[in-house]
Write a protein that binds this ligand. Sequence first.
Ligand code: CA
Length: 115
Amino acid sequence: MTGDQIKAIKDHFDDIDLDKSGTIDIDEVKKYYDKQKAEKIAALRQIANTLIKNNPSQEAYYEKDFEKRVEIAVRCHDKNVEFFMAKDVDNNDVVSWQEFLNYEARAVLQGEKEQ
Ligand SMILES: [Ca+2]
């Protein structure tokens, strides 16, 4: 691990740790993924609008398709939150910097090995 890699992990941690308490709780994780979900849904909406504009007779189909994709985005959000909280190894309901670093460092090293 280089200093830059650790700094990138720390920046990511600080992004999620909204109240800068040094630990991440489930509300902070939800807020973090809520933002991603909102961006994803906005992007899906824009794609649907473009498709409908180009092919108005298929509007009902594109609307259904949009709704399905939103459903998936919502399910992904819940899974992401659950998956994130699995980093809480000592089960005290918050993810500490140490837990986060251990997990992310492992992912980085795993990625380097696979390249
Ligand atoms: Ca916090």
